[in-house]
Design a protein around this ligand. Sequence first.
Ligand code: GLU
Length: 495
Amino acid sequence: MSVRVRFAPSPTGALHIGGLRTALFNYLYAKKHNGSFILRIEDTDQNRKVDAAEDYILNSLKWLGIEPEEGPQKKGDFGPYKQSERKEIYTGEVVKLIKTGKAYYAFDSGEALAELRKEHEKKGETFKYSALNRNGLLNSLSLSEKETTEKIKKGNYVIRLKVEAGTTISIADKIRGEINVHSDEIDDKILIKGDGMPTYHFANVVDDHLMKISHVIRGEEWLPSLPLHRLIYDAFDWPVPQFLHLPLILKPKGKGKLSKRDGDQLGFPVYPLEWENSKGFKERGFLPEALLSYLSLLGWNPGSEKEIFELKELIHLFEVEKIQKGGARFDFDKARWVNHKFLANSDSKLILERFPSFFNVVGANVSEKRKLSIYGLLKERLFLLEDFKSEASLFFSDPISYDEKVIKKIQDRKPKKVLNFIIQILEKNIPASNWKKQLQSWGEKEEFPFSVIMQSLRLAIVGNLSGPDILVVCGLLEKEVILKRLKKLINYLNN
Ligand code: GLU
């Protein structure tokens, strides 16, 4: 049997990091087994549908480079790939269940059911529409054929699954093992809602069957629905696919699932792309390949210490047996570190070409060549591409203040003397690549420690002791700029 997997998001908002991880694992599994990766948009809940979300999902997958072979924008043999366009298919399928007695029409009004729920609550119980009480409620099993036909004509009905009492439902999950649930715990779930649209559960099972899905790989939050899904498969007498429920992605600290709030509070993105004015991984300067590498280890590990993976390698190594049961903690610093490694190992020119917006921050009239030299010098220091702006600022603005601790440290050594000497070398137009020798011999002659020479120079250029190799920095700065900064510090020390 060929492998066919699907990613089936509901377009209710931006795609969360957990959704991305699910998409990635599906993609990897498909590619590993020469199978197909399908995108299905589960938009049956019209109330929760957000218009921009579908495009957002498509764009996110595109950005990450894990695009489906079949989906709303890539027609395959099993379309349409949007549930809102499959209404007739669900209606056709549910009729089969009614005919075999596995599903039935129910006519109870919303108010009547709410009343029942309230009454049960008062007694500390939960109301369940089930084998125990369905005969006393308004449905095609309790009413005569004539009454039923009349009510169906009026059109106010839902269709429910007829769950048999007193059986055990068993279903295997490849990660979780076997799950057994007593059928009395499951109510007669609605399959078709009052508006004629299917519920998530019904549409999901019908589509997985009709789209010939071989493996359902999805988040753990769907595990409780699994016994119900099994019942729907059984009602149709359809074979069940293999199920794999992926572990939750947990907050960086403390208990619970990672949420958008955690990201807002701790200053990291949880969405791939910008959404409602909050930046995504893309806008913060993650390389898509780095994000994929980081995501792959959220709940999976090939069994080595390795932490950096190319997509090709992931496809090769991916084995579902190595997916863990326990939740995976989200660690933004680790994600940044992975990105840092990818940046350090990427060709600089290519990075500038692929992500120009991060480099335009230095000003419109800076040549590509100069941007490239600056990026080349700074790249080892960057974790995210957005860091370029602050790291590169020393090339475009003079220090606004000086680190007083450094001044205190070097003051006794009369830093002005060395600053004046550097002005002399500058005026002789000696290139910065030759300064080291000059400064060393001057230091020996004047009995001036080389470390203080370098600290004084760095203080003048940067304002503190941080930053990349200061002589390389000077090589990239214009003579006038260096001169101005040296004089500025001398002035400051004079006052
Ligand atoms: N539509 C569901 C979601 O948004 C998908 C669940 C599944 O993959 O079966 O998470």
